[in-house]
Design a binder for this molecule. Structure first.
Ligand code: FO1
Length: 316
């Protein structure tokens, strides 16, 4: 990116997206990254306001993430959950003792009337994160999973039922009246933004809720910077999570090409894995192929470099 284009914006859900967000965070000058996070997975549990994708990003960008689980905190203890289970309480959604502090403190401040974006900005500063981390909205937007047996709350589908139910549709309750959180439209209109990256999160449950918030899709279309999406599918399989299963159940061909088409009205460039180089066929946008599997820190940084370099070749 040329020198005056000093800002990068990334749209991300949880685990997969957070890996590329970390790669971008590590290769870019410290305060040049803004991550817009999905809040459609958020829910109330034990009376606590839980924001899984924001928390995964907070922990990942600050090196506090639990690398075995992919969510929650490193070195976690589970005394609270064991005590809940002993009381016969709900233990399907596991809350570690350190993670619990995040939910308790967020809930306290939300109840005191503080907007989520302000709380998260304070948390990321306290965690020493120099990137901006923005919830897509301060208003509640909740992903509802429609199945053959009726609607499910997102975490009930994703965690309690382990993504087993057949998905017939997804709905983002509250999106129609939600406002983008204050800094979201500002950063998407900032002329210093050199690229907007759609991270390799699940397009349907992590990126679509962000795009469903009124004003965000339009801001992306009007954004002077190129918008680049990274495929979350490699060789017809999702790296992690239910993306491939969901695509089949939603009647989409399972593959990186279908994801590119899903974003076709928004993106200037698609980055897919080299494994798919011979199978993508004709797409309505330029495609480059690279290694998109991120197993190590070096992989995260290399993919981030590939994305930044590729964007420099694309002009809106
Ligand atoms: N995912 C699970 O599969 N099992 C859990 O018990 C679980 C607990 C949990 C607690 C806090 C948190 O921030 C995330 C947690 N997740 C758990 C992951 C979560 O369901 C997903 O990160 C997102 O909702 C999808 O990206």
């Amino acid at each position: 990116m040329s020198s005056e284009l000093t800002k990068v914006v990334a749209l991300s859900g949880g685990i997969g997206g957070a890996k590329l967000a970390l790669g971008l965070y590590r290769i870019l000058p410290s305060d040049s990254l803004t991550v817009i996070a999905n809040t459609g997975d958020d829910f109330e549990h034990f009376g606590l306001s839980i924001s899984p994708d924001l928390d995964t990003l907070l922990y990942t960008l600050s090196g506090k993430d639990n690398q075995e689980l992919g969510w929650g905190r490193r070195g976690e203890t589970w005394t609270f959950m064991a005590a809940i289970a002993a009381l016969g309480g709900e233990s399907w959604f596991r809350l570690g003792d350190g993670d619990l502090a995040t939910h308790v403190e967020r809930t306290r401040r939300l109840r005191a009337g503080e907007p989520l974006s302000s709380i998260i900005d304070d948390f990321r500063r306290n965690f020493g994160i120099a990137a901006s981390l923005l919830p897509m909205s301060n208003d509640p937007v909740r992903t509802k999973v429609q199945t053959a047996d009726g609607p499910l709350e997102f975490q009930d589908y994703f965690v309690r039922q382990r993504c087993a139910p057949v998905v017939t549709a997804l709905r983002f309750a509250g999106a129609e009246t939600a406002l983008p959180s204050p800094e979201v439209l500002t950063i998407l209109g900032d002329p210093r933004v050199g690229i907007v990256v759609i991270c390799p999160s699940n397009p349907f449950i992590s990126i679509d809720p962000i795009l469903a918030v009124p004003g965000i899709r339009t801001a992306l279309r009007d954004c002077p910077a190129p918008v680049v999406a990274v495929s979350p599918i490699i060789g017809g399989k999702a790296v992690k999570g239910p993306t491939a299963k969901m695509m089949a159940e939603l009647g989409l061909p399972v593959g990186a090409a279908a994801v590119a088409r899903h974003y076709s009205d928004l993106i200037d460039l698609y980055i897919a894995d080299e494994e798919d180089a011979c199978s993508l066929g004709e797409l309505p946008m330029p495609v480059i192929f690279t290694r998109t599997l991120m197993q190590s820190i070096e992989d995260r940084e290399q993919l981030a470099r590939d994305v930044i370099n590729a964007a420099a070749r694309v002009r809106r």
